[in-house]
Write a protein that binds this ligand. Structure first.
Ligand SMILES: CC(C)(COP(=O)(O)OP(=O)(O)OC[C@H]1O[C@@H](n2cnc3c(N)ncnc32)[C@H](O)[C@@H]1OP(=O)(O)O)[C@@H](O)C(=O)NCCC(=O)NCCS
Length: 363
């Protein structure tokens, strides 16, 4: 066995062939077209492989994201394309690749790592926990389009810079270049829908589907709420099959509008999260509290225990994953029976912190 290690440049094709054979059999496209910013030569240093007899048998990749939020800028490491050749499973290969991805994320000053999986217990052993929020609404009936002055289009031939301008208005978003958008627009089965005003300006966009995943799911959208609601109805009319809209918890205006015309289908988690570089993460969070005038915030790690609270009213947590859910949800400070009311009030000023990864960035 050799690795975990990053592939050499000349091994990239072998890595892609391995991933296609194990994760994307019988498809017309290669997995690199689904994750163009992660599975690319530019990110080869963040791939982790294990080989046996010069054959790749296990892989995972890290993609770092700079996520702007109203209170702090977080560096987030997303881990994906975790797979081991069926003949080489149960030998700890994936564990080693994931540990290496976590180590690379630490070295690159990430605050947290995130991944999307249904193998919760496997990742819990590595310190991950389901955290954050994800609200999904299902549109399953035709509603009239309210703004008759809007024009709707389906098709990916849209200026990436115009999309980026709308996207960048989100209060929580990963920094992206126009070139990132250009590449995302080429993802197979990723369908862009747009709303335009009478001046021919784009006022909203929504993206449904992404490669093999998220079919009939709008996983990314941006623009004015009213235009978005009309756009979602337009997409439903085009597709005539139930359409799920994925939203972060802080999009309150959109929630109100969606609640009025759909049933809340599901309240879930952003993904599985793990805190890393805790000193740096805690410093960012404390700075955010201080900026709100809450000078006496306490958040420290001492001898493997987390100490948190306000002023002299302090509490300890021995399970780090509880802190993950307190910082980013879904655990609510209001429900912590042991905490004094005044401290609860102060901590809920910022907690849970809004965090979200838009669909095109997920890996
Ligand atoms: C899920 C998957 C990635 C795991 O890969 P793997 O290399 O077998 O993973 P590991 O060997 O590290 O761990 C698997 C199990 O072996 C155990 N194990 C770890 N080291 C071991 C060792 N040295 N000897 C024997 N077993 C070991 C682990 O504890 C783990 O146990 P669990 O199943 O109870 O959690 C693999 O099954 C796979 O490729 N599945 C298809 C693709 C997929 O679903 N990917 C996940 C997307 S997020």
């Amino acid at each position: 066995m050799q690795g975990p290690r990053p592939p050499e440049t000349h091994e990239l094709k072998q890595v892609v062939d391995f991933l296609d054979a194990n994760l994307r059999q019988d498809l017309k496209w290669t997995i690199t077209s689904e994750y163009p910013t992660a599975l690319t030569q530019n990110n080869i240093h963040n791939m982790s492989i294990i080989t046996e007899d010069e054959k790749i048998v296990s892989h995972a990749v890290l993609k770092t994201l700079i996520i702007k939020t109203p209170f702090a800028i977080f560096k987030v490491g997303a881990i994906g394309s975790v797979v081991t050749d069926p003949n080489y499973r149960q030998r700890g290969h994936s564990r080693k690749n994931i540990e290496r991805c976590i180590q690379m994320a630490e070295e690159q000053q990430c605050d947290i790592v995130v991944l999307w999986t249904d193998q919760f217990d496997f990742y819990r052993k590595l310190g991950f926990e389901l955290a954050g929020f994800d609200y999904s609404y299902v549109i399953e009936s035709t509603k009239p389009i309210k703004n008759k002055n809007l024009r709707f289009e389906s098709g990916n031939n849209v200026d990436p810079a115009a999309l980026n301008r709308l996207y960048s208005q989100h209060t929580v978003h990963a920094l992206r270049s126009n070139d990132d958008f250009k590449q995302y627009l080429k993802i197979p089965n990723s369908n862009l829908f747009t709303a335009w005003n009478q001046q021919n300006q784009i006022v909203a966009y929504a993206v449904e589907g992404k490669g093999l995943d998220l079919i009939n799911y709008v996983h990314e959208w941006a623009g004015q709420t009213e235009a978005l609601m009309d756009l979602f109805n337009y997409i439903y009319q085009q597709k005539q099959s139930p359409l799920t809209i994925m939203t972060p918890s802080h999009s309150e205006n959109l929630h109100r509008n969606l609640e009025a015309c759909t049933a809340l289908a599901h309240q879930g988690f952003l993904g599985m999260l793990k805190l890393i570089n805790k000193k740096q993460l805690f410093a960012k969070i404390k700075r955010a509290f201080r900026a709100e005038g809450l000078e006496q915030i306490v958040l420290e790690e001492q001898n493997g225990m987390i100490i948190f609270g306000y002023g002299t009213d302090l509490y300890t947590l021995d399970k780090e994953t509880d802190l993950t859910q307190i910082l980013f949800g879904p655990m609510s400070i209001a429900n912590l029976d042991f905490m004094a009311a005044a401290t609860k009030e102060k901590l809920t000023t910022l907690l849970p912190l809004p965090i979200w990864v838009w669909g095109w960035d997920s890996i």
